[in-house]
Design a protein around this ligand. Structure first.
Ligand SMILES: Cc1cc2nc3c(=O)[nH]c(=O)nc-3n(C[C@H](O)[C@H](O)[C@H](O)COP(=O)(O)OP(=O)(O)OC[C@H]3O[C@@H](n4cnc5c(N)ncnc54)[C@H](O)[C@@H]3O)c2cc1C
Length: 489
């Protein structure tokens, strides 16, 4: 329902979700199945721009979470749901299993993980070196045994979040980007949410603001948390390394986390990382020390480190509140549901967190399921998956399938146009990149970025000078060559 106040439009919703990371998108997707007006407000230019953008993309099995915690519960349930969602939403994913590789003296650590796996109801087995080598021939020489978890794997984290957001929109939910929540208060039993794009009202609010969860709670007078941040740095390797890595290889976990892993990515690269060092919440810098730590640790579990094949480095920041996730209704502000401290395994856990948040929302608002609901959105073909016959059939219908824009990742003009026209449209070069991988390859967008800009410009009717790389003032084309002032730029 919309109604006007004297100055500006106020939009009233049943539920407002604050934050469009994997948790917010999964919550929105669940609620979009219900006969309710639901809306997600995201401060970034797109969904999946916080921790969800830069992590390991591992679908954890759940053997290392402390039994009885929310982490254990949501990880194990989330693992099953992630594989289901990857199938429904056609998101790149690979159930390749994982190994925790132990060196001499690490056998006790493996036994402890196996004990937790049993308590958490996770399939896992301790293997001798010989048996582990049958799963991962590239284990380092010093590895004596390993814990194998067949239900682990990898997924594209941002593509999962975007696919959830797209499905939610197809099912009637609304997403507003560049719409940071600046104030949150309750008036006459209704939440009033202040943003730069106007005021919103809602009966229930779900706080999925990641690193800002405590700050958003504070706006409403709800619980606040001592929050710590830990950065994780990575190497990304070229596709040519993919054939050397069969599974996710972890070292034994320590108090600092799961350790530096070697893993295939769902899109066919390999990653080494992450580090785990205290940081400021926005510090996504990659450091010489971080990269050096990765170089020191990878050879302890993996026999074939290939740092020369690196095509990119990146960094993500974990939000940590105590030892467990917080997923609960606020005790201070009725109608506010809080998700906070969603660090690893938050990507895996997100669909299970969303399932539980839906239960909490239903206790406040009895929202019936819609009679019809889209479970499987139309599949968007990808050149990389097509055979010659399939490609020719598409070219016969639309010549843009014959024009390759990103040569490294083999992405056609037709795929980029589809990304810009998707339910949650890609409006920036990075948003296109996260959806179809144009610019993710060896040349990192050196060849295709300008063409991607032109396509966005043509599709959205925006002048090329206004096309941005990502958030804020990230316009790429500042002045035309030979234009006055060009030399000064
Ligand atoms: C280095 C690293 C490695 C990891 N590896 C794994 C892994 O392999 N497997 C796994 O399961 N998990 C992993 N995780 C954890 C996982 O990435 C996170 O748990 C998950 O992404 C958190 O999602 P989120 O939605 O809570 O937060 P985010 O993705 O950070 O989303 C929060 C969103 O809220 C928005 N926001 C903030 N404030 C406001 C506001 N005022 N108004 C509107 N919007 C706002 C932000 O812009 C952001 O988009 C890893 C994390 C890191 C950092």
């Amino acid at each position: 329902m919309r109604f006007l106040t004297r100055k500006r439009c106020v939009v009233t919703k049943d539920v407002i979700v604050i934050g469009g990371g994997i948790v917010g998108c999964a919550v929105l997707d669940r609620l979009a199945r219900r006969a309710a007006s639901v809306c997600l407000l995201e401060s970034g230019d797109d969904v999946a721009v916080g921790a969800t953008r830069a992590n390991s993309g591992i679908v954890h099995a759940g053997y290392d979470c402390e039994p009885g915690t929310l982490k254990a519960r949501f990880n194990v349930r989330g693992n099953a749901l992630v594989w289901q969602l990857a199938d429904e939403l056609n998101v790149p994913a690979l159930k390749c299993g994982s190994l925790v590789a132990a060196r001499e003296g690490g056998e006790e650590g493996l036994a402890e993980l196996k004990r937790k796996a049993d308590l958490n109801g996770v399939r896992a087995e301790v293997l001798s070196r010989e048996r582990a080598l049958r799963i991962e021939p590239m284990l380092a020489e010093g590895v004596v045994a390993a814990l194998y978890a067949p239900d682990a794997g990898v997924i594209s984290p941002y593509q999962l979040a975007i696919a959830l957001a797209d499905r939610a929109v197809l099912n009637g939910a609304e997403i507003l980007t560049e719409c940071a929540v600046l104030s949150l208060k309750k008036e006459d039993g209704v939440f009033v949410v202040g943003t730069a794009k106007g005021e919103f009202r809602a009966k229930t609010v779900v706080n999925c603001a990641g690193a800002e969860a405590s700050a958003v709670n504070a706006m409403a007078g709800a619980e606040t948390y001592r929050t710590e941040f830990r950065k994780g740095e990575y190497y990304v390797l070229d596709h040519t390394e993919r054939e050397n890595v069969s599974t996710v290889i972890f070292p034994l976990p320590t108090a600092a986390g799961k350790g530096i892993l070697v893993a295939p990515t769902a899109d066919g690269n390999v990653i080494y990382g992450p580090t785990s060092t205290p940081a400021e919440k926005d510090d996504t810098s990659v450091t010489a020390e971080g990269l050096e730590e990765i170089r020191r640790n990878v050879p302890l579990t993996y026999a074939r480190p290939s740092f020369g094949k690196c095509i990119r480095v990146y960094c993500g920041v974990r939000t940590v509140v105590g030892h467990d996730f917080i997923v609960a209704p606020s005790e201070k502000v009725k109608g506010l549901i809080i998700t906070a401290g969603i660090c690893s395994p938050g990507l895996t856990s997100a669909p299970a967190i969303a399932e539980y948040v839906e239960e909490l929302v239903l206790k406040e608002l009895p929202l019936p399921l819609k009679e019809s609901y889209i479970v499987r959105p139309p599949v968007r073909p990808r050149l990389a998956d097509l055979d010659e016959e399939g490609l020719n059939a598409l070219i016969a219908k639309d010549a843009r399938w014959g024009k390759i824009v990103c040569r490294c990742e083999k992405v056609t003009e037709a795929e980029i146009v589809a990304a810009v026209r998707s339910p949650l449209p890609a409006r920036t070069v990075d948003a296109v990149k996260r959806r179809v991988r144009a610019g993710m390859g060896r040349c990192q967008g050196g060849f295709c970025s300008t063409r991607v800009m032109e396509i966005i410009s043509e599709e959205l009717g925006i002048p090329i000078r206004e096309i941005r790389k990502g958030a804020g003032h990230s316009e790429i084309a500042l002045l035309a060559v030979k234009e006055d002032g060009y030399d000064e730029v």
